[in-house]
Design a binder for this molecule. Sequence first.
Ligand code: HEC
Length: 139
Amino acid sequence: MPDFRTIIFVSFLICIFLGACTSSPAPNVSSGQNNSSPPPSSPVAKPSVDLMATGRKLYADNCAICHKESGKGGKVEIEGRSISPDDLTGEKIKKMPDDRIYKYIFDGIADEGMPAFKDKLSEAEIREVVRYIRSELQK
Ligand code: HEC
C-alpha cells in the first residue's frame, strides 16, 4: 500500500500532465454553470465603430430620396413634380466650401425643389451630413 503522500504526489503529476489542474476546470465551471453572467459591456466601443454612421443615416433619411444613395442625383418625380437634384459628388460641390453646402441645406433652394432643413435638422446634424458627403460620397 503506497503511503498518502505518494498518492498526492502522483495525482499532482497526473494533473500537471493533463494540464487539468490549472487550465480546464475554471473555464468549464464558468461556461457550463454560470450562464447568467452579463455579456461584456463595451460603452467606449460604440463611437469608434463607425464615425460616419450618424451622417450616413441622416443622409439616407433626408437626402437620398432626391439625391440618391450615391449622391449622384438626377431627375426624379417627387409629389407629382419633376425636379433635378444636383450631383453632390461632382467637381462643383467638391470645390464648394463646407459653409456654402451648409447654407444650401439650411436654407434650401426655393423654387427649385431643394427643401430647407433649418427646422428639421440641428446645426450639428447638418454638419454631420456635410462631413458624410465629403468623406463618403465624394471620395
Ligand atoms: C425633395 C428633394 C430634395 C431633398 C430631400 C434634398 N434635396 Fe438637395 N437639392 C434638390 C434639388 C432639386 C436641388 C437643385 C436645386 C437647383 O437646381 O438649384 C438640390 C440642390 C442641393 C445642393 C446645392 C447644389 C448646387 O449645385 O448648388 C446641395 C448641397 C444639396 N441639395 C444637398 C442636399 C442635402 C445634404 C440634403 C439632405 C439633408 C438634400 N439636399 C435634400 C432636391 C432635394
